[in-house]
Design a protein around this ligand. Sequence first.
Ligand SMILES: [Cu+2]
Length: 208
Amino acid sequence: MQFSTLLLTALASVASAQRTWVVTVAQNGSLTYSPNKITAAPGEFVQFQFLAGNHTVTQSTFDKPCQPVAMHSNATGFHSGFQPVAASASMGMVPTYTIQINNTNPLWLYCAQGRHCENGMVMVINEPATNPNRTLENYKALAAGAQTVLPGNATVGGGTSGTVDTPTGTTPGGDAASSSPAAAGAGMLSAPAIFTLLSAGAAAALFL
Ligand SMILES: [Cu+2]
C-alpha cells in the first residue's frame, strides 16, 4: 500500500512537471531582464538567473512602478531579495529565484537596487492583451519618473531561491524545456533543505 502510494506520488510529480521559462538578469552587466516580456501559463515556472552585480526581482503594481506591490494592494507579491552574484560565482554557481505562475494576471516586476528601476530595469509577465495602456513600454515610462522603494527584508518571498551551475538563459527568449529534469525547477531542487527532504524520500522508497 505504501509502495503504491509512493509510486503514484512519484508518477504524479513527473506528470506535473511544468515548463520553466528562464530570464537572465544583468547579462553582460547590463541593467536588464532578458527577455523582458514573457507569457507564461498558470502552473509554469519562471526562473531568474542572476549573472552579474547585485539585483532583485520585485513585484509592483502597474501604476506605481519601483515600489513593492504590498504598498498599493492587498497582494504580498514576489521579492527575491538582493542576489549578490560574486559570492556564488567564486564557487561556479549562478544564484536563481524561481516563481510559479498562479494565474494569467500581469506581473509587473522591477529591480529594487539603487536607481535601476528608474533606469529601465523592469519587465512584465503576462502583459494584458485587453488593455492597450498597460504595456511594458508605458510601465517603463512611469518607472522613469518614479522613486524606488525597497521592500523590507521581512517581505522576501513568493518564490524559491537556489543556484544552478550553468546559466541556461543566455539566448534571448530561450527557455528550459519541461522535458529536462535538470532545468525544470532547478532553483527549487538546489535549495539544500528541499534537496535533503527529497533525498530522504527517495531513500525511504528504496527500502519499501
Ligand atoms: Cu538591478
